[in-house]
Every structure is written in structure tokens, then in C-alpha cells.
Write a protein that binds this ligand. Structure first.
Ligand SMILES: [Zn+2]
Length: 301
């Protein structure tokens, strides 16, 4: 994960530019949910501002950093994800998830992940700081309506809560847009193709571990495969920047700039590898060799 920077005023401006009445309509709907005490409506309007988030996140999933379709077809691939569920919150992990996915992070770290909640965060159904774009695997399959937290969950709306004001819930999942939450790159780094917590203990460590386990960031084959390809492309590019062939050197410079950019897939992984190549070339070499072994293992070569 990485952070996608934007200022609050600019964020609202982009939403208003995409859909002129959206903020007013959102405020009216939120006021109605507050009266009802739950999320309840015939049809939603958040997809009208989906492109704001698609562009902001460089057409990537905010959780797993996979690249998604960029053209008009992207509307289908990208899901507008409610970070805090607008309807009832489900327990995570369920006993089935615990059994099928071998999730033990809460037991290992003695965490209380917060229970289920009904009616959920209905007053944030139309809060622009409660949205991000994610792929269908992260959103529908893995996250669904879960939102594990370390402290007490806000059940009722006092009329003033925004995602920023709910920090005392101590969420485990990380929100990547703007300065709403801690920068994900201060919580999760990469050793080769594998994400690891930066902090060695405390809530920062637990957040990273839960996020990695929750979205299976360290075991999903497509992520490991794409990251291995990214690392190897970067590795070869870093070694070819002074190549005597102009085209090769130009290609190398382009890749060294492009692969770690915000809108490149797996930018956190690429940045960690680029940094390591400067600081500890031997270790970077060992990660490149591991990436080769991983890809050879996949192809059976
Ligand atoms: Zn994803």
C-alpha cells in the first residue's frame, strides 16, 4: 500500500467538478440516514464520483496495488469501497475464514479485533473520506463488511463524526488517501516481494500484520508474481542506466523513474527495492535471486 496525497479542499473540489450537485445531495441523504438511524435508500450515488478516486489512485487497488483498467471499461473493474461499512459490520475473522485461511494473527498478538455492529457507520455512507477504489478481490471477497478495530466501536452518530474523528477507534486496516490516516509506507515495507510490518511491536505492528493477513498481501499468487516481475525489471534497469547503447540506457532510466511512481503497480515494493539497491546492494541482489527462483518455480522451469 502507498498513500495517495490530496488536500481536503482540493478533494471536495474534484468531487464537485465531477458531479456538480453531489456534495449537496450527499449531505441531504446523510441527514436522512441520521433521522432513520441507519443506511436505507433505493439507489446510491457514489458511483457518480468513482472516476475521482480512480484517477487519484492511479487506476490501482488501494489495498493490493494491482493495476486496473484505465479506460471507460474501468468502471466495471473498480469498486467504490466504503472503508467503514455503511451497513452492519461483520466480525473478522469468522470461524470459516479462520479455518480456511489459517488466520491466527489475533491469537498470536492477543488482539481484540472488535465485534459485529449493527447498524454500522451509516452516517459515513456519503463521506468522501470514507471511499477508496479497490479491486473486487480485496473489496467483495476479502473485506466485505468487516472493519476490525482495537478500541470501542462508535455505534451511534453524534452528528460530528468524520473518519478523522474516529481515530480513537484504533482501526487495524489502513486508509490510503490524503492525510486521514498514517501513511501506509510508514507501516508496511517490502523485503523482496514479501510485505512486512515496519514497527516491531504495538498498534503500528498489529495494524500492518492485520492488513497483510486481511487482504492476504503476502500469499496471493498474482501479487507475488507481479511484484517479482517489478523487482526484476527494476533490478535490470538499475544495472543498465549507464549502458553504452542509448536505447537500453533510455529504457533503463524510464523504468527506474516509472516503476516506483505512485501510479505504478506495487510502488511500495518497487521503492523498497530501489532504496535497498542503494543502501545494501548485496541484499538487493539476494532478493532479485529470490524473485527469479519464485518465478521459475511458478513456471516449473
Ligand atoms: Zn486489491
Amino acid at each position: 500500500m502507498i498513500r495517495y496525497s490530496i488536500r481536503p479542499g482540493n478533494w471536495r473540489d474534484k468531487v464537485a467538478a465531477e458531479s456538480r450537485d453531489w456534495l449537496d445531495t450527499a449531505a441531504a441523504r446523510t441527514a436522512r440516514f441520521r433521522v432513520l438511524g441507519k443506511y436505507d435508500e433505493e439507489s446510491s450515488i457514489w458511483s457518480r464520483i468513482k472516476r475521482v478516486y480512480m484517477e487519484l489512485q492511479g487506476y490501482k487497488c488501494g489495498f493490493c496495488e494491482r493495476r486496473l483498467e484505465k479506460s471507460q471499461f474501468g468502471n466495471i473493474e473498480h469498486d467504490v469501497e466504503h472503508f467503514r461499512p455503511k451497513k452492519s459490520v461483520k466480525v473478522w475473522p469468522t470461524s470459516t475464514q479462520r479455518r480456511d485461511r489459517s488466520i491466527t494473527v489475533d491469537q498470536e498478538l492477543s488482539l481484540n479485533l472488535g465485534g459485529a455492529a449493527d447498524p454500522g457507520y451509516f452516517w459515513l455512507a456519503y463521506h468522501i473520506e470514507n471511499y477508496l477504489i479497490s479491486c473486487k478481490t480485496c473489496n467483495s471477497t476479502l473485506k466485505s463488511n468487516s472493519f476490525p478495530i482495537a478500541r470501542n466501536r462508535r455505534q451511534a452518530d453524534d452528528g460530528s463524526d468524520s473518519p478523522r474523528q474516529l481515530k480513537n477507534e484504533k482501526p487495524y486496516l489502513i486508509y490510503p488517501i490524503g492525510a486521514v490516516d498514517t501513511d501506509p509506507e510508514r507501516l508496511i515495507r517490502f523485503e523482496g516481494i514479501v510485505p512486512v510490518p515496519i514497527a516491531t511491536r504495538g498498534h503500528a505492528h498489529a495494524r500492518a500484520r492485520v492488513t497483510i493477513d486481511f487482504f492476504e498481501l503476502d500469499t496471493r499468487e498474482v501479487l507475488l508474481e507481479e511484484r517479482a516481475e517489478t523487482i526484476l525489471a527494476l533490478h535490470v534497469a538499475l544495472a543498465s542506466m549507464d549502458d553504452e547503447d542509448d536505447a537500453t540506457a533510455a529504457a533503463a532510466h524510464l523504468l527506474v523513474d516509472r516503476l516506483p511512481a505512485d501510479d505504478a503497480a506495487h510502488a511500495n515494493c518497487a521503492r523498497c527495492h530501489r532504496e535497498l539497491a542503494d543502501e545494501d546492494p548485496e541484499r538487493a541482489n539476494s532478493f532479485a535471486r529470490a524473485a527469479i527462483a519464485y518465478l521459475r518455480g511458478l513456471s516449473g522451469a
